[in-house]
Design a protein around this ligand. Structure first.
Ligand code: SF4
Ligand code: SF4
Length: 267
């Protein structure tokens, strides 16, 4: 099953580096829309020279990326055209399937073999049920990419909802209202009120060079014990300035988990 381009509605461009950017969802998708517009104006058939010029114009400098050593490929675009932004499918504009067989991926930030062969950890970590369930959630491509590449978020959320509900729900039988509410909950991946600047990396932090140490919550010594929702705070890339902020964030997540479980009960 493809997690990268599972349907006409869903897609991911995380490993092309789209989240290696400190911009908001609105800012990043607006820029990708402009890039897509310009890419589509390049004369056809495509030529390596024009792709090199395009890359030179749109590739972000190292100091504009969250992690300088990590790439952010300028050939990510809205595959069905700029007018589908911000909710259209994101993907590789120089893929041969997009260009009548012409493969421009060697002009990108990796070579085409890496682009072709790479599969992220979610392919092996998520169960088939989880994959099928997530690719069918009503998520826009930007949010979907943040979610599908964060298996801890997916598994921990489903496990907390199951605990609250009293048993593991049969994912394939969940109602439309549950799927909508869960998709809304996952929007915290980009609109979480306590986001750290590198929150796009979820449970990982932007480290030195290519290091991505695990993110952890620093709990005030002796005051608080770990809470089951803390893993989700980590997945949302939290940073807290005070204990009150942390407690408020826990309450918010707990309330949303209870709400999700009650939708399951009532549907
Ligand atoms: S990060 Fe994973 S799901 Fe996303 S495009 Fe890459 S391999 Fe596919
Ligand atoms: S060239 Fe490779 S890295 Fe760039 S957008 Fe295409 S698949 Fe992604």
């Amino acid at each position: 099953m493809s997690l990268c381009q599972p349907s006409r509605e869903r897609s991911c461009a995380a490993c092309c580096g789209i989240y290696n950017d400190s911009g908001t969802r609105v800012e990043v998708t607006a820029e990708v829309r402009e890039r897509t517009r310009e890419f589509r104006s390049i004369s056809r058939p495509l030529e390596v020279e024009s792709l090199r010029d395009f890359r030179q114009k749109w590739e972000k400098e190292a100091d504009q990326r969250l992690m300088a050593e990590l790439q952010n490929c300028p050939f990510v675009g809205f595959l069905d055209g700029p007018d589908t932004a911000p909710s259209g499918r994101l993907g590789c504009m120089v893929h041969p399937l997009q260009n009548q067989g012409f493969d421009g991926r060697d002009c990108g930030v990796f070579d085409r073999h890496i682009c072709e062969d790479y599969l992220c950890a979610s392919y092996s970590v998520l169960s088939m049920d989880e994959k099928t369930f997530i690719v069918n959630l009503p998520l826009d491509a930007y949010t979907y990419g943040l979610v599908i590449t964060d298996p801890m978020l997916i598994k921990r959320t489903l496990s907390l909802v199951a605990t609250e509900f009293g048993s593991s729900p049969q994912l394939s039988k969940t109602s439309e209202s549950f799927r909508r509410a869960l998709a809304e909950f996952f929007e915290f991946k980009h609109n979480w009120p306590w986001r750290a600047p590198d929150a796009n990396f979820g449970p990982l932090k932007a480290g030195k060079d290519l290091e991505t140490p695990r993110r952890s919550l620093i709990l005030p010594e002796g005051e608080l014990s770990p809470d089951p929702v803390d893993d989700l705070l980590v997945c949302f890339g939290s940073t807290f300035e005070s204990t009150d902020d942390l407690l408020e964030a826990r309450d918010l997540v707990r309330a949303r988990i209870v709400q999700l479980a009650s939708i399951l009960v009532n549907s």
